[in-house]
Write a protein that binds this ligand. Structure first.
Ligand code: BDR
Ligand code: CA
Length: 297
């Protein structure tokens, strides 16, 4: 079987940065392009961080800058979790630059030119993808699958009691994506909260390669943030691991609504009507952590 062709839509962020390392180090995946979105940090920071990461590992994958703001309102950034500039690990400024085409145009073009070819792995707020669905509807129907890091279905949220960060950041976009009819796999806190690194595990992943040195630095940086209370969850890395090996997770089909406003903003909640999405409800913790570690060394 050939490699899975993916576009990574991302907002680095330390766990997004780890996810980029894992994907770049996985032969099962071919990264066609990386699109950026505001979320953990502002769009200038997330785009620069993406370029710096790819430069560091010598990747020539092209980067397309995406949304500055969610569909409605503004992002509430998470610098208190990801550090100064969203990635405080001393990477040099990038020498490469983002493409002139926007993230939205790039995703629409690839979908048009290569129908049923591309899996989008969405690691941040779903704004770029919702914009493609909204403005390039016939092209978006050609997207093969969208694998989303987001949501908290049977567990509590991590921004509020109800909401997970990516969905909370742009609930309107999440609703557009979930209701789109494109095959959706939602990998949220129900499983990503189960995969973590604590201070006693450090140095993790260990090793002394270029990738493992940076990975250890990213996780140390995360663990040093008081708001994480000494537990570093491998949210986005698990999503890449599951893209490589879906059998790491157990899934159930649910119809889901997204609460747009009010105290439950960003909540992903089961409903009786509508389209079904595939929701990850459990994970093989030792195997998932081993796969992640093996791709970071
Ligand atoms: C998600 O929110 C972000 O802070 C992480 O990068 C991850 O994508 C977890 O809720
Ligand atoms: Ca992310």
């Amino acid at each position: 079987m050939g490699s899975k062709k993916i576009i990574i839509d991302t907002d680095p962020g330390t766990d997004d940065a780890l996810a980029l390392l894992i994907a770049s180090n996985s032969n099962e995946l071919e990264i066609l392009g990386v699109t950026t979105v505001g979320g953990n940090a502002n769009i200038c920071d997330t785009t620069r961080n993406t370029l710096s990461m790819l430069d560091y590992i010598g990747s020539r994958v092209e980067v397309y800058k995406g949304a500055t703001n969610p569909l409605s309102g503004t992002f509430q950034y998470a610098y208190h979790i990801h550090g100064k500039n969203g990635l405080d690990v001393g990477l040099p400024s990038p020498t490469s630059v983002a493409q002139t085409k926007s993230a939205e145009e790039y995703i629409a073009d690839i979908s048009k030119n290569y129908p049923q070819f591309v899996t989008i792995v969405a690691l941040g707020p779903l704004t770029n993808i919702a914009k493609v669905i909204g403005s390039h509807n016939s092209e978006s129907e050609n997207i093969k699958e969208i694998i989303v890091m987001g949501g908290a279905v049977n567990v509590s949220g991590n921004v509020t009691q109800f909401a997970e960060f990516n969905i909370y950041s742009d609930p309107h976009a999440a609703k557009v994506v979930i209701d789109s009819g494109i095959p959706i796999t939602l990998i949220g806190l129900d499983v990503t909260n189960q995969i973590s690194v604590i201070k006693d595990d450090m140095p993790w992943p260990g090793g002394s390669t270029k990738i493992s040195n940076l990975a250890t630095c990213l996780i140390s940086s995360g663990l040093s943030m008081p708001s994480l209370r000494s537990v570093y969850h491998l949210h986005d890395p698990l999503v890449i691991a599951a893209t490589v090996m879906p059998d790491l997770l157990q899934f159930e089909e649910f119809k889901l609504d997204v609460i747009l406003d009010g105290p439950e903003r960003g909540r992903t909640i089961k409903k009786n009507e509508g389209r079904s999405v595939s929701v990850a409800i459990d994970v093989n913790v030792p195997s998932a952590k081993e796969l992640i570690k093996s791709r970071l060394i």
